[in-house]
Design a protein around this ligand. Structure first.
Ligand SMILES: [Zn+2]
Length: 75
């Protein structure tokens, strides 16, 4: 009689432990919520000659450096 009770208690304990383990695995497998990706702000480049800031598309590029005008680029 006592043996059966001990067996039942042990079985309940094992099931409880497995249940907790499964819950923890489930929780850890879900990735944490990530913040929505923000678009990068429009970057400005500085003229290598006078330091004025302008969008890269408007800059004149020479030797990997940005210039505000062809004049400053030496072109
Ligand atoms: Zn310039």
């Amino acid at each position: 009689m006592l043996g059966r009770i001990v067996t039942i208690v042990v079985l309940v304990g094992v099931v409880f432990l497995l249940f907790r383990l499964a819950l923890r695995k489930k929780r850890s497998s879900t990735p944490p919520p990530t913040p929505p990706e923000m678009p990068p702000p429009p970057a400005l480049v500085a003229c290598a000659q006078c330091g004025v800031h302008l969008p890269p598309d408007d800059a004149t590029w020479r030797d990997g450096k940005a210039f505000c005008s062809k004049d400053h680029a030496g072109l």
